[in-house]
Design a protein around this ligand. Structure first.
Ligand code: GCU
Length: 337
């Protein structure tokens, strides 16, 4: 009898403990597995402004959806180069990415207008355009291609860098200059008298090192983060273009999120806007830091004289003439902004 009472008591105590444990678990616990788990691609390394902003975006989304949407960021081109990332996004293989407008322009012709050399007078001019109606309009042109542009990221202005000194337009003659995989940028470089080489971002360092190319062009942070400054130490401040970048979501991912509820789409878009603001802040800091690293390493940074700047600019003027009709009107609106 004593044994039975003992067992009953034990069972009761156990049940009480289980009940207590259940009550002690907070009601708002996050689900163990997110309902949706997405992949986000970026070709820049960890710690770069765009990838830090991607991490921030992923954290915000996870937090504000109570863990229902998880986003894993893959930096450093782990998911492929930008051209391949665009294609993978079209069929839903990758859900989010940050891509250069040059890459986008290969698929979305309207975006190409942003590649026009010397289009913006400075960063403020570019942001007036992108943060306004034209920026919205340009993001909308991506949608028919299976991707949706969520926000604009800063990528500063781009300058030419070479293995041998370049001080004026004449020095560019016959130099083999790497460009992104873009006909438009190839044309720009040809108009300077140089020979364009389309090479994907990941392969530029070795192309410079082995002498396959004589130079390339990019912003301060990319020039520094890739180590290109170690093998092409002449940086010419011609600021020929400002190529902003776009944070994107695939249509597939957007549909899946809509199926959870429209409020989730709102959250994701809001987090994209906040992460873009964060990226712009990080960009300014990184630009200064990269410039310091490059200068302190002994690279030769050359300012172009006003006269030479004009020569560089005039050499590429035919590109403007080649943009006709509807684009000519948009160019005018951008210039007047
Ligand atoms: C920048 C940009 C990259 C792009 C690269 C390039 O670094 O951030 O997205 O791929 O330019 O020149 O290819």
């Amino acid at each position: 009898m004593k044994r039975i009472v003992g067992i009953l008591l034990g069972v009761l105590l156990l049940a009480a403990a289980v009940l207590l444990a259940v009550r002690l678990v907070p009601r708002e616990t996050k689900p163990e597995q997110p309902a949706l788990l997405f992949r986000y691609a970026d070709n820049q390394p960890e710690g770069y402004p765009t990838t830090l902003a991607a991490d921030y975006f992923a954290e915000l989304v996870e937090e504000r959806t109570d863990g229902k949407i998880g986003i894993r960021v893959f930096p450093d081109s782990v998911l492929g180069n930008e051209i391949s990332v665009f294609r993978q996004m079209q069929f839903g293989g990758i859900d989010f990415a940050r891509l250069s407008v040059s890459t986008l322009s290969e698929f979305v012709p309207e975006i190409s207008i942003l590649q026009l050399p010397y289009l913006f007078t400075d960063a403020e001019h570019m942001w007036r355009v992108l943060d306004g109606e034209i920026g919205e309009q340009l993001l909308d042109t991506i949608r028919p291609f299976g991707l949706v542009g969520m926000s604009w990221f800063d990528a500063g202005s781009r300058n030419i860098y070479t293995k041998t000194p370049v001080k004026c337009l004449d020095d560019m003659k016959r130099l083999r200059i790497r460009v992104q995989e873009s006909d438009f940028l190839s044309r720009m470089v040809s108009l300077w008298g140089a020979v364009p080489e389309k090479i994907s971002y990941e392969s530029v360092y070795s192309a410079l090192q082995t002498g396959k190319i004589d130079g390339a062009e990019n912003n301060w942070p990319s020039y520094e983060a890739t180590g290109h400054y170690e093998v092409a130490p002449y940086y010419l401040l011609d600021a020929h273009s400002r190529l902003p970048e776009v944070q994107l979501i695939s249509r597939n991912a957007l549909d899946e999120i809509s199926a959870l509820g429209d409020e989730y789409v709102e959250i994701v878009l809001q987090c994209a806007a906040e992460s873009a603001r964060y990226e712009r802040e990080l960009w300014k800091e990184r630009e200064t830091r990269s410039e310091t690293v490059v200068r302190e390493s002994g690279c030769i940074v050359t300012e172009l004289s006003e006269e030479e700047k004009t020569r560089f600019q005039e050499a590429v003027a035919p590109i403007y003439e080649e943009f006709s009709g509807k684009s000519a009107e948009l160019i005018r609106r951008i210039q007047e902004e």
